[in-house]
Design a protein around this ligand. Structure first.
Ligand code: SF4
Length: 334
């Protein structure tokens, strides 16, 4: 039986900016993540995906909605229980250099969470665990006395991963963990995360703007646009049968390594800029860039509905359907 680890229910996170304006970074997002699953969250920069990660961790207070982790409402936990929760739930950040203290050795960086949580009374045991963690992420114990600036970007991200593993978490939020890395190193880090997941039974929320990379690592994918989730399904279904016009545009931008197919395929170019989340469009937030927009799209926000088994979409193109199987636009990217 599938065990849900995390449930995000109608989550909203709004910020007050400037002269009392409201920035709706996350505006009513719902999804769940199953045990040992990787859930990918994808969308352009500014769509709210990182804000979701930080609100799940409790780094941001929610504006509305609920985050339930292992049956507990994260934002209702007392400080002591939140502290315990952070042993189970850890984060890997986008910029490994910014997230590592430049004045600390790698040994200090990795042992810091263990010290804060009082995991080991014996310093020797703690040091042995640091060595083990370095080896688990493909580094060596000899690296432990060096400083962050002595490492490459890929190695620094490995250090960030070792630090995230230090408390033996069950659930990891990886927030753009490969965006700052060279393409050749990105695949190595993704493979490392996959191996660690298989060995330790980890559950991941994998946040990225690159749909091709998210697909490689994720079992299911949620697509975000301007603070809203617009489509959610399993990774193969999304890639072969995307329904939302925004997802179709994202997919059409992924290069295909076959020159004949690449030359003949149609690319969907989105017109215009991403609107401001301070003043989002009425109705469907994607309507100002949607090639399929209709009059109703400016008047009513599309509802989130399951149009095929385990395939959710928010788009008026599917609203009128009484027979789910009839309501589909097919896109084939192959
Ligand atoms: Fe496009 Fe309308 Fe669907 Fe929004 S609801 S994605 S504007 S067709």
């Amino acid at each position: 039986m599938v065990e849900k680890v995390l449930e995000v229910k109608n989550l909203k996170k709004h910020f007050t900016v400037g002269k009392g304006q409201t920035l709706k970074a996350v505006n009513g997002v719902s999804f769940s993540i199953n045990k040992e699953e990787t859930f990918g969250l994808v969308g352009e920069s500014g769509c709210g995906k990182s804000t979701i990660g930080r609100t799940i961790m409790g780094l941001y207070e929610k504006t509305a909605g609920d985050v339930i982790y292992a049956g507990e409402n994260v934002h209702e936990l007392k400080a002591r229980n939140m502290f315990s929760l952070h042993r189970k739930m850890q984060m890997i950040f986008q910029d490994p250099y910014a997230s590592l203290n430049p004045r600390s050795t790698i040994r200090e960086v990795i042992s810091e969470p263990m010290e804060i949580h009082g995991v080991y009374k014996n310093k020797r045991e703690q040091l042995e665990r640091v060595y083990e963690l370095l080896e688990e992420v493909g580094l060596s114990r000899d690296h432990s006395n060096r400083y962050p600036h002595e490492f490459s970007g890929g190695q620094r991200q490995r250090i960030g991963i070792a630090r995230a593993l230090a408390l033996g978490p069950e659930f990891i939020i990886a927030d753009e963990p490969i965006s700052a890395l060279d393409v050749s190193v990105q695949a190595q880090v993704v493979n490392l995360l996959k191996r660690l997941q298989a060995e330790k039974g980890l559950t991941f929320l994998f946040i990225a703007h690159d749909l091709a990379m998210v697909r490689q690592f994720s079992d299911r994918i949620g697509v975000m646009y301007l603070g809203n989730m617009v489509e959610l399904t399993d990774s193969e279904q999304l890639y072969n049968h995307a329904l939302h016009p925004y997802t179709q545009a994202l997919l059409s931008a992924i290069p295909i390594p076959d020159p004949d197919i690449e030359e003949s395929r149609e690319r969907i170019i989105l017109q215009g800029e991403l609107p401001s989340p301070i003043n989002p469009p009425s109705g469907c937030v994607f309507r100002t860039r949607c090639p399929m927009a209709m009059d109703v799209c400016g008047l009513e926000k599309p509802t989130w509905q399951e149009v095929e088994p385990s395939h959710y979409v928010a788009c008026h193109l599917y609203k009128e359907s009484t027979n789910k199987k009839e309501s589909s636009i097919k896109v084939t990217i192959s």
